[in-house]
Design a protein around this ligand. Structure first.
Ligand code: ANZ
Ligand code: ZN
Length: 841
């Protein structure tokens, strides 16, 4: 007979969906409640790959699920189509980055259509279209007007290969995130967004996401922002009028400071060294040259040989009056805290390594052998046993970072670390020598890039007027044609050479002026795109606040954990800015986040160079979209990596054929009465109906697929060895299978639906309600005793609670008769089997 042919089924239903548009979310008269399901939009650097297939497959499960639950679901798609890879590829191939990008988009789009995600294609957008980046420019100007976009000259991360600056977030272990070249420092005037103004809110609002975002992402965000609580302490400097402040998280260790360290590349170091001998100056300069270009991560590494130069200057400890030598060393950063530290080698590992390298004194001021509450004492009777190994950091090389009691600390001796921190801070504050403060690791967001393929910054530089915003009615500032421009990186934006483009009249005074030649970091584009999907074609507004009220924030966001910091932090920041501007009514953009695992092969990441690439297009041709989607959903929890060597798309295809065959075999008509169906099969069906929603909402997609497989098996058994293909229960279970299979295998599901005698599209069929009477569990017998004698037996659910069972027992007529007027003094319940009542009187 007819056989399951995935190719024919795909080709049959795609044009039907195009025609019917069951996934469009635009009708304003639609009264259904709303859900917004979004996948991180793809970067069009080639065809879709297995990672896309996985992420978009999971997003589609959620979108389709909510549609079946009666929601109007917004599930849009677009392309993050500006950026360096397009430009580099374009340079290598000698083609226009625009052509290269849009050709890739066309290919990805064709693959997506084969894969069948339920996108509302009418909302498609590309960030490289002027219709989109115009609103990037608008957003920039909103920040500019609020003082949140500003220019400053500072040493920035510089990729010598790509010849462009990088945000801190784009430097990975000292290397360029894009090309892997070692990142150096360069002093440049650049545009920044003042994200540090939002540091506290970006940390505190993470509490709203607890439980709906992966815990790992929440902690990565917290660490990146890096809020630290401590104190500023002021040290006077011999021969200098102004004291120097240092930032410390351990003011309790102040009596253990034995030297001070300043960052060699700080202004303070330059100033201190200016008043020393030529010999010191020479040594310092040589050291400074060796340090230039080192990455922050390398400088902070604990396992690194410590280097530095003694400046022959001295500071004074504000509490003890002790004289402290001042050194310059690269493990202190110029742009954190005050660029100078009080060194406490006994209790800080980096300081200890440095002290041991340069023979500086080490003094213990927190006795970590002295118990504080909850700690286990090492010394029991006051004296150290002779065989106890030394814990002296100067000898062991291990700093004592734990809790303990203060010692060698004058009036603070005996206090625990926790008590000493506020006490020492208060003592400093009362004499104007210190104050409690906070510090953040987060730096302002550097958004200028010296590259072509991005959004031009809408600012005009005028000698007379300064930085003049391009008037809103002159947006977009369009990119000039790439033809005729040299796109090769040379440290300056290629736009600077576009004579006709760069030279303009100042919008304010009319005199000759120049456009800003930089383009924006593409993370600006992706920081707000979820809002543009609400009205992607509007040329009047970036996004309609009324639509934002209806749809946003995004209910379910899906994407890779590689975006745990950058993209999510920037989107959260821009959302808060838009909230402050009164443009949106919420402060977090993504209410729930799912990070899918990776698709790997034989335990390792797939890549062309390793030759272990599983090609999406090839798998799609071999097994079809549905089998791929089922394979990914069935492989395990969605957060886990999928090893393609361990899964079986052929097995998935077999399962789909089996499910499809069930619908094919049904002989009853759609108007049969289900209640007349075989009860055993109906129970399986209704248990599935009751259980699946909770499982989907908990992200247990693999369990739902397993249950569906059981349902299909039970139905097949009912057809072949039970009541037969004409039984109403067989039709019922086939319909439920089709509806639920729509989440994982939409082409097959639609075809089953047609076989069962219905019109498309199955995607809009409401989720069937489970019939509670079919969910009743088998009963167990509970025994009720009164004063040791069995008085009644109750038929109850095995899941009954203790309270419920006690209530039933007390309500039993037999029990009441037996208790009579005596007082119940004790009831022992062991649900679901025994209730034992004791009486008195
Ligand atoms: C003395 C001390 C004693 C410290 C001790 C720690 C332990 P977080 O938590 O990251 O904020 N520090 C301050 N400014 C620095 C700079 N510009 N470059 C490198 N290190 C700097 O770290 C704060 C601690 O890092 C500060 O507390 C300071 O060392 C160091 F037992 O002060 B501490
Ligand atoms: Zn002017």
């Amino acid at each position: 007979g007819e056989r399951y042919d995935f190719q024919a089924i795909q080709e049959k239903w795609l044009p039907v969906w195009d025609e019917l548009k069951p996934f469009a979310a635009g009708d304003p008269a639609d009264k259904r409640p709303r859900k917004y399901v979004l996948d991180m939009f793809p970067y069009p650097s080639g065809d879709l790959h297995m990672g896309h297939a996985e992420a978009f497959g999971f997003g589609d499960i959620v979108a389709r699920y909510w549609r079946h639950q009666g929601f109007n679901v917004l599930h849009p798609i677009g392309w993050d189509s500006f950026g360096l890879p397009a430009e580099n590829a374009a340079i290598q191939r000698g083609v226009d980055p625009r052509e290269w990008t849009y050709a890739n988009i066309a290919q990805q789009k064709a693959s997506f259509r084969q894969y069948g995600p339920s996108f509302d294609w009418d909302r498609e957008l590309h960030t490289s279209d002027p219709e989109y980046y115009r609103w990037n420019q608008w957003l920039f100007l909103q920040l500019f007007e609020k003082g949140l976009a500003y220019r400053k000259a500072s040493p920035v991360n510089w990729c010598p290969n790509d010849q462009t600056v990088l945000a801190n977030e784009q430097v990975v272990d000292g290397h360029c995130e894009r090309c892997g070249a070692e990142v150096t420092k360069k002093k440049l005037t650049q545009w920044y967004f003042r994200i540090t103004d939002y540091a506290d809110r970006l940390i505190d609002d993470l509490n709203q996401l607890e439980g709906t975002w992966p815990a790992k992402v929440l902690s990565m965000q917290r660490n990146w922002i890096g809020r630290s609580n401590g104190a500023d302490v002021s040290f006077s400097i011999e021969g200098r009028a102004e004291p120097v402040s240092v930032y410390t998280t351990r003011p309790d260790t102040l009596y253990g400071v034995t030297f001070m360290v300043v960052a060699p590349d700080s202004e303070l170091a330059a100033e201190l060294v200016a008043d020393t001998s030529d010999e010191v100056k020479g040594r310092f300069q040589a050291y400074l040259d060796s340090v230039k270009g080192e990455s922050e991560i390398a400088r902070l590494a604990t396992d690194r040989q410590k280097t530095g130069v003694f400046l022959e200057r001295y500071a004074i400890n504000p509490l003890s009056g002790e004289r402290l030598p001042i050194w310059a060393a690269d493990y202190v950063l110029a742009d954190y805290g005050h660029g100078a530290i009080m060194a406490v080698p006994a209790h800080d590992q980096r300081d200890l390594d440095f002290a041991r390298a340069f023979d500086l004194p080490v003094r213990v001021v927190v006795d970590t052998t002295q118990p504080v509450t909850g700690a286990i004492p090492i010394i029991v009777d006051g004296e150290l046993p002779e065989d106890l190994p030394s814990i002296d950091p100067a000898k062991t090389g291990v700093a004592l970072t734990g809790d303990g009691r203060l010692t060698n600390s004058g009036p603070f001796d005996g206090l625990s670390k926790a008590n000493a921190i506020p006490k020492v801070t208060a003592a400093l504050a009362s004499s104007g020598l210190g104050a409690k403060t906070k510090n953040y690791r987060l730096r302002d967001w550097l958004i200028s890039r010296q590259r072509y393929w991005g959004t031009p910054i809408p600012i005009i530089h005028c000698d007379a007027c300064g930085e003049v915003p391009v008037p809103e009615d002159q947006l977009p500032v369009r990119l000039p044609d790439a033809a005729g421009l040299d796109l090769r990186p040379k440290g300056m934006s290629p736009l600077a050479a576009a004579e006709d483009w760069i030279n303009v009249d100042c919008p304010s005074c009319g005199k000759p002026a120049k456009r800003d030649s930089d383009t924006m970091d593409t993370f600006v584009d992706s920081s707000w795109y979820f809002l543009r999907f609400l009205n992607p074609t509007s040329d009047e507004i970036a996004f309609d606040p009324k639509e934002a009220d209806k749809w946003a924030p995004v209910d379910q966001y899906v994407g890779g954990v590689e975006h745990a910091i950058l993209h999510l932090l920037y989107s959260r920041f821009i959302t808060k800015v838009l909230f402050d501007l009164g443009k949106v009514g919420f402060t977090e953009p993504f209410s729930a986040l799912l990070n899918q695992g990776m698709v790997i092969l034989d335990g390792s990441k797939m890549s062309k160079s390793k030759g272990n690439l599983v090609e999406f297009a090839q798998e799609l041709r071999s097994y079809g979209a549905d089998a791929l989607r089922v394979t990914m959903a069935f492989a395990g929890p969605p957060e886990d990596d999928i090893d393609w060597a361990d899964v079986s798309p052929a097995g998935s295809a077999k399962f789909l054929a089996r499910a499809w065959r069930v619908a094919h075999d049904v002989t009853s008509s759609p108007d049969v009465a289900w209640k007349d169906g075989d009860e055993k099969l109906r129970k399986v069906t209704h248990h599935f109906l009751a259980e699946a929603p909770g499982l989907i909402e908990a992200g247990k997609f693999n369990v739902v697929v397993a249950r569906l497989m059981e349902l299909v098996n039970a139905t097949r058994k009912a057809i072949d060895a039970g009541p037969g293909a004409g039984d109403p229960a067989v039709r019922e279970s086939a319909e439920v299978t089709a509806m639920a299979l729509d989440l994982f295998a939409p082409f097959t599901a639609e075809d089953m639906w047609a076989k069962l005698g219905y019109q498309p599209s199955i995607s809009l069929v409401p989720w069937r309600k489970a019939d509670r009477s079919l969910l009743v569990e088998d009963q167990v017998t509970a025994v009720v005793q009164v004063d040791g004698k069995v008085r009644d037996r109750l038929e109850v659910s095995p899941k009954i609670s203790g309270e419920e069972l006690e209530q039933l027992a007390r309500a039993s007529a037999a029990v009441q008769r037996s208790v009579g007027d005596r007082e119940i003094v004790n009831v022992v319940v062991r649900a679901p089997r025994v209730v034992s009542i004791a009486t008195k009187g």
